[in-house]
Design a protein around this ligand. Structure first.
Ligand code: FUB
Length: 449
């Protein structure tokens, strides 16, 4: 390629990247938050917000959110980043460089995709210009054209739009610790009713509420939202007989973040027969919780419609292809003792994690690896061990058949070793990696070929 073609080529690459990631977090090359997942045309689309590290004097209390990307996938493993769809500097009514593009949503109706996003307007009320705009597209990934002005009658953040089965559309948002709701006109751009605060009976005296997400299931309406009972946000839900309430508080969907992320933010969708919770924690930035990362885990309803608590996992929901780099540090389960996970490079967390098996018989498992590609006869492992070590890859259980016996040479540098498989597999299997020597070994990824 000649030199003049290179910048354009790179720009296109950066705009539309595809990546394969079956684990949590779902995006590891940038920070993402507030994931609203939607199913359009048989694909799952995620509309998150986008955190960036703040420059001098930028943003609001550490949040710097300049623009929005859209991600899509057909299998929850292969994702496409469709690039930036809106920025604080491209929407006519948004204050330039305000860095307050909070949690968005997108719905399909009237043959169009309506994208709702909160941002900062230059005109302030009590020092804040929290308004909600709409942008419209013919395709779920855009291009989106923003309306020239924000929506009249709404002051707040975190819009969520619920399309009821009877064709009515409702919009919800949060302001000053209250969730508001109103019906939308069929044009999807104006309120048809005056906003009302949504009544949530039995919620208690928690400190904060934001991020509404409403859906309907078996005739019941679910109002889900992040709620702070004491220190950081839990994801909770309430049930009601009408979209605008009143709702009855029902309980916790996900407890406070184990790594103390102050915010969380949820959406719940059904995709190919399974319900999923999309949420965020700050896994790629454990020391600074305003640089967040979106995650997904399976969600289950009880027969009476109540929701089972979701425990955040590293493993996530995607099926890993055996021939892809399998990030075993995002394990499904592990031995009680002897396993530790840390960043490969703590100065660049986007390089991901590694797992260390510290002693003999320590183990991790990694579920759902798809061996349907023919001819996989070897495994390549990115590994290191200062003293040298041994481990086995077993299949289906801790004491399952041995797939490979790996002997790791002494090295303080990462090395890739290639080992012949003892057994060839087809179908989807759970892997167990078990240390067979007392000395420690570190693993970054493994890949079958
Ligand atoms: O991402 C910024 C804000 O944090 C969102 O608008 C809230 O829901 C919370 O996640």
């Amino acid at each position: 390629m000649n030199r003049s073609g290179l910048p354009l080529f790179l720009a296109i690459l950066l705009l539309f990247t595809t990546f394969s990631i079956a684990q949590n977090p779902l995006v590891t090359n940038q920070f993402t938050a507030d994931p609203t997942a939607r199913v359009f045309n048989g694909k799952i689309y995620i509309y998150p917000s986008h955190d960036v590290p703040c420059g001098e004097g930028q943003g609001f209390i550490g949040f710097c959110m300049p623009d929005y990307h859209v991600f899509s996938s057909e299998n929850l493993t292969d994702w496409q980043d469709h690039g930036v769809i809106l920025s604080h500097n491209t929407v006519p009514w948004v204050e330039p460089d305000s860095y307050r593009m909070w949690a968005p949503d997108c719905v399909f109706t009237n043959g169009k995709y309506y994208y709702y996003f909160p941002a900062e307007a230059p005109e302030k009320i009590n020092g804040k210009g929290r308004r909600i705009g709409v942008a419209i597209a013919d395709k779920p990934e855009g291009p989106f054209t923003p309306e020239p002005n924000f929506m009249a009658g709404i002051y707040g953040i975190d819009p969520n739009v619920f399309m009821a089965k009877d064709g009515k559309a409702y919009i919800y948002w949060a302001d000053s610790r209250v969730i508001y709701g109103a019906q939308l006109k069929p044009n999807m751009l104006e309120l048809a009713t005056l906003p009302i605060p949504i009544k949530i009976k039995g919620i208690g005296n928690g400190k904060f509420i934001e991020g509404p997400f409403v859906f309907e299931r078996n005739g019941q309406y679910y109002l889900t939202f992040p709620y702070i009972p004491e220190t950081t946000e839990q994801l909770v839900y309430s049930l009601g007989a009408n979209p605008l309430g009143p709702y009855d508080y029902k309980g916790v969907i996900m407890k406070e973040s184990p790594i103390k992320c102050y915010t969380n933010h949820q959406s719940i969708v059904d995709y190919n027969g399974q319900s999923y919770l999309f949420y965020h924690h700050n896994d790629l930035s454990p020391k600074f919780d305003k640089n967040r990362s979106i995650m997904a885990d399976s969600l289950f309803f009880n027969p009476d419609g109540t929701i089972q608590e979701v425990i955040p996992s590293l493993r996530g929901v995607g099926i890993s292809r055996a021939e892809s780099q399998i990030q075993v540090d995002r394990y499904s389960s592990k031995s009680e003792e002897g396993v530790s996970v840390s960043f490969v490079d703590s100065l660049n967390t986007f390089k991901g994690w590694k797992v260390k098996l510290n002693e003999k018989d320590s183990w991790i498992s990694y579920n759902k690896v798809d061996f349907s590609k023919a001819g996989l006869k070897k495994v390549v492992i990115n590994e290191k061990s200062a003293a040298g070590s041994n481990f086995e890859i077993r299949c289906g259980g801790l004491n399952g058949p041995v797939l490979a016996k790996v002997s790791v040479e002494k090295s303080t540098e990462w090395k890739q070793s290639e080992v012949k498989l003892e057994k060839y597999l087809t179908g989807v299997h759970d892997l167990f990696i078990v240390s067979t020597r007392q000395t420690a070994v570190e693993l970054d990824w493994l890949m079958f070929k």
